[in-house]
Design a protein around this ligand. Structure first.
Ligand SMILES: Cc1noc(C)c1CN(C)Cc1cc2n(n1)CCN(c1cc(N)ncn1)C2
Length: 394
């Protein structure tokens, strides 16, 4: 078996012989170096990798630090038969509650012993400990649908799927809006947007992900919401068993505190691409998809007997309708919502008129890719360098 170097030499000679001119022309070229963004990775994990790469025993202190790199997974359970929201178990101090993980907000808040007991019926709630209170801190949040809550702030241990934040800001409610009072499934929210939109005053607090990201094996979380079934939120790792094909990544703008990016076109059913730039956020806390008027009109033009109803406040159609798929172009790749996911629910229990999962974004100021879109994809939220979001088909 010839040595590698002799083979390479022979190849070089052959290559040389292949050119007509016996003197190999001298060419020059330069490679421009581009400074890369900050790579936030778990140092011990990277160091251990390097030792292993060169066959060197990993020192114990690096081994144990790398071993300490956290990963975890928690279920995302539909709150009702229509996937109105998804709930995940979280342990705050020594109480486990069911929280709505919300990539569209940045407050971790929970029903608490600060509320009137009449508001706590049917809920698990956080029993505050005055010794853990963050003195002088308060919070107040209002969501896009007008619901909201407010209260005081405590620093406590928070565990999500085994990932532990030893001291996390826990926002204990003193009051919640009627939408939350009437929803006995939701004990609060865990915000996964950027901490720049956290509402705690006078000192803004970090999200759970911001608190733990440096301790994670990889500074990312992945969302697998499902159609009428339990999915997962994974922290610190990518689970290749949860998707098919490639993950398409796009850089996000964090200017508004959201996972915000711009699809460059859309498809209705088997139609051809309509190229148009759409400013959108990925938002697990929003049930439906909200898109520009023209896009929504083009979609329902292909749904027989659909109408934009003043009575029901949005596009409705016969529950028996066959709905076309809807796709967006993200990072040059076509990302599809199956038509059946776009039949959200009957407008009222027992009605044969159904409410669309795609609605008009008028008045919002941007588009929202809520659960109806997200439940068809494996969605990676990665802050290892410039924040980016990745979509793969489930
Ligand atoms: C939602 C929902 N839909 O049917 C039910 C039941 C619920 C849950 N229930 C009514 C209570 C409720 C209201 C809201 N949520 N939960 C989640 C936070 N909300 C958001 C988040 C966000 N990123 N963007 C807009 N709003 C509003």
């Amino acid at each position: 078996m010839p040595s590698i170097s002799s083979t390479l030499t022979a190849a070089a000679v052959l290559l040389g012989a292949a050119t007509a001119n016996p003197v190999i022309a001298k060419r020059s070229f330069s490679v421009e170096q581009v400074e890369r963004g900050l790579y936030l990775r778990n140092g011990a994990v990277q160091a251990a990798k390097t030792y292993r790469k060169y066959g060197v025993a990993v020192p114990d202190h690096i081994q144990s630090a790398a071993a300490a790199a956290q990963t975890g997974s928690v279920p995302a359970n539909p709150s009702d038969q229509y996937d109105s929201s998804y709930l995940s178990p979280v342990t705050l101090g020594n109480t486990t509650v069911q929280l709505d993980f919300d990539t569209g907000s940045a407050d971790l808040w929970v029903f608490s012993s600060l509320q009137a007991s009449s508001q706590l019926t049917g809920h698990d709630y956080y029993k505050v400990d005055a010794s853990k209170q963050i003195s002088g801190a308060s919070w107040k949040i209002t969501y896009g649908d007008g619901s909201g809550a407010g209260g005081k702030v405590y620093a406590d241990k928070v565990v999500v799927g085994g990932v532990t934040a030893t001291s996390q800001a826990v926002e204990a409610a003193t009051s919640v809006s009627t939408q939350f009072q009437q929803d006995q499934n939701t004990d609060g929210l865990l915000g996964l947007a950027f901490s720049s939109i956290n509402t705690v005053k006078p000192t803004q607090q970090k999200t759970f992900f911001d608190t733990v990201k440096a301790s994670l094996a990889k500074p990312l979380f992945a969302v697998t919401l499902k159609y009428h079934a339990a999915g997962t939120y994974d922290f610190g790792y990518i689970d290749t068993s949860k998707y098919t094909g490639d993950i398409t990544y796009v850089t996000v703008s964090t200017t508004n505190g959201f996972w915000e990016f711009s699809p460059t076109g859309y498809y209705v059913g088997t139609g051809s691409e309509v190229k148009t730039t759409i400013d959108a956020i990925a938002d697990t806390g929003t049930t439906l998809v909200y898109l520009p008027t023209a896009v929504v009109k083009a979609y329902y033009a292909k749904v027989a007997s659909s109408q934009n109803s003043n009575t029901y406040g949005g596009y409705v159609f016969p529950c028996s309708a066959t709905l076309p798929d809807f796709s967006l172009t993200i990072g040059g790749a076509k990302k599809t919502i199956p038509g059946k996911y776009i039949n959200y629910s009957p407008v009222e229990t027992g009605s044969s008129t159904c409410y669309g999962g795609i609605q008009d974004n008028t008045g919002i100021g941007f588009s929202i890719l809520g659960d109806i879109f997200l439940k068809a994809h494996y969605v990676v939220h990665d802050v290892s360098s410039t924040p980016k979001i990745g979509f793969a088909k489930q």
